[in-house]
Design a binder for this molecule. Sequence first.
Ligand SMILES: NC(=O)c1ccc[n+]([C@@H]2O[C@H](COP(=O)([O-])OP(=O)(O)OC[C@H]3O[C@@H](n4cnc5c(N)ncnc54)[C@H](OP(=O)(O)O)[C@@H]3O)[C@@H](O)[C@H]2O)c1
Length: 442
Amino acid sequence: MPRTPAPVSLVSSFEPFRIGVAGLGTVGTGLVDLVQKNGDLLMRRAGRGIEIVSVSAQNRKKDRGVDLSGYEWVDDPLVMAQDPRLDVVVELIGGSEGFARALVERCLENGKAVVTANKALLAHHGQALADLSVKTGAALAFEAAVAGSIPIVKVLREAFSANKVSSVCGILNGTCNYILTEMRETGRDFADVLKDAQDKGYAESDPSFDIDGIDAAHKLALLSAIAFGVHPDFGRVHVQGIRHLSADDMDFAGKMGFRIKLLGTTRKINGRIAQSVTPCLVPADSPIGAVDGVYNAVFVESDCAGSSLLVGRGAGAAPTASAVAADLVDLARGTKMDVFGFPQTSLESAQWADAGEAVAKFYLRLNVADRSGVLADISRILHRHGVSIESMIQHARDLRGPVPLVMVFHETLQKDMEAAIKEIEMLESVDKPSCLMRIEML
Ligand SMILES: NC(=O)c1ccc[n+]([C@@H]2O[C@H](COP(=O)([O-])OP(=O)(O)OC[C@H]3O[C@@H](n4cnc5c(N)ncnc54)[C@H](OP(=O)(O)O)[C@@H]3O)[C@@H](O)[C@H]2O)c1
């Protein structure tokens, strides 16, 4: 008679995967909570338990709403880099310099794996950190650094590894998307909605990183690296934020069938890469046009998979912790990826394209004196630069001051468009600043 095999325990007999968590703010406490709540699931997925050994933050006395009593408290997170009990250090302090940078460097130098959500650090020092990771063999993983819970790093690096990507375009900052959505839905101006977002905790007291497009640009530099196999270069992202947008712009865009989104775009133009973070118009009835509020979205175009859109929560405690935990499960399983999805030595120095080389349709709002001859002057300049108007909205007469004149243009070279606007803005009948936005037909 055949012998009955011994039951196989679902609980692995492997050693637990031991982690140190540096930083117990929004994401750090979110991770502690997730490990406590979903520990059994993590163990089943990873084949071994994921165990927090030590934690660190600045203020030991702060009530963080999670139970930290089972973990060792470390005042100086750099100690974690030397702790032989830890398989990985999770860096959730933030910032491109200071403690976060020192900790990640020290860990990698010591051969200790790092998981981080720190896009600022990677956008500025990703290349050097990836080199260190190769040198010592220590893993460096950062799914949570780009678009929170949307697994775009994994998708580009693994699921789309057989695809030649032509562009990646995304709503990469939830704060901006919330502000733009509120402006559109309520007709209120930027400053008013920003204050409201700050009161609700959707925007920082110093919101400049978000609303000036810096945060999105950090993420975009990382997306370029993974999509195209190039060294990340934050300095080559053309960045414009959303401060200058008016309630009128939201209104006009809507009337023309568009919505305004702050888009991070990296695309190949004749073999060169153009990176930009700028407010753009997208068709209101397109999938990305429907992504509102604090949600993020990433649209990828590639040769085999075609067009793909991923939508999800780009920030917040649980969504970001979810992405951090996914990296932890990978490492606990023994899966280690090249930092940017290509062997480090095969990463290329990109040929960067100038933003002006992009060909697109454009939206332009001018504030013009309401008198005869103005439109003829503007048309003459546009014609001289080879820019042709597709549609136009002219506001009702107002003899007291300038009125908005809104135009949408057929496809044209961005640098021709910009040259025309420069000349138009010199007309005595046109008030500065005007507002130019690319139209992305996603
Ligand atoms: N928040 C999000 O939704 C989100 C989304 C995606 C990515 N990220 C990234 O995740 C990282 C963390 O963001 P967060 O929002 O969680 O930041 P946070 O709420 O400001 O938390 C930062 C934590 O770091 C601790 N800290 C600061 N300096 C320290 C030091 N020298 N030693 C030890 N701990 C120190 C702080 O301690 P105290 O609490 O004692 O002050 C705090 O617990 C950042 O890189 C951020 O860009 C955040």
